[in-house]
Ligand binder design. Structure first.
Ligand code: CMP
Length: 141
């Protein structure tokens, strides 16, 4: 589906009490929140979710961080959602993120980077299915 993407408000942003401000950015950017929940994921869940990064130098740090506290997972809808969300959050490394992007304003560094966004329509559907059940994705239908 080209109108859906998956987002995470990561443990650094939740801990910093930026959840509300980031949700506001999401809504003001024109996304519809189809589903969302606060979770404290296990190390095993983090390993499963970030399996494509296994073996990379930052992998251990990444999965430890993602399971270090609560995060908010979100299924977002908007036309061209994957690209729109990536533009809204900015570059992975906040030092390279454009002015006005979420990572520019809320991230600390490439590891503690406040938010996640899917990189393709295919991965968006996989990532949404990783965290949400059919009934959670039913919306108002
Ligand atoms: P995310 O969009 O969640 O996708 C994979 C994550 O790995 C990325 O955001 C960063 O948080 C993390 N990451 C990517 N590159 C590095 C790096 N060089 N060092 C530490 N973490 C990284």
């Amino acid at each position: 589906m080209e109108n859906q993407t998956f987002a995470i408000i990561k443990p650094d942003a939740v801990k910093n009490k930026d959840t509300g401000l980031i949700l506001d950015r999401i809504l003001k950017a024109g996304f519809h929140i189809l589903a969302g929940k606060l979770l404290h994921i296990s190390l095993q869940q983090a390993e499963g979710f970030y399996d494509i990064h296994k073996g990379k130098p930052f992998y251990d740090e990444l999965i430890e961080f993602m399971s270090s506290g609560q995060c908010m997972v979100l299924a977002l809808e908007k036309e061209n959602a994957v690209e729109e969300w990536r533009n809204t959050i900015g570059a992975t490394n906040p030092a390279e993120a454009a002015e006005g992007t979420i990572r520019k304003d809320f991230a600390t560094n490439v590891g503690l980077n406040a938010v996640h966004g899917s990189d393709s329509n295919e991965n968006a559907q996989k990532e949404i299915a990783f965290f949400f059940s059919d009934s959670e994705l039913r919306g108002n239908q």
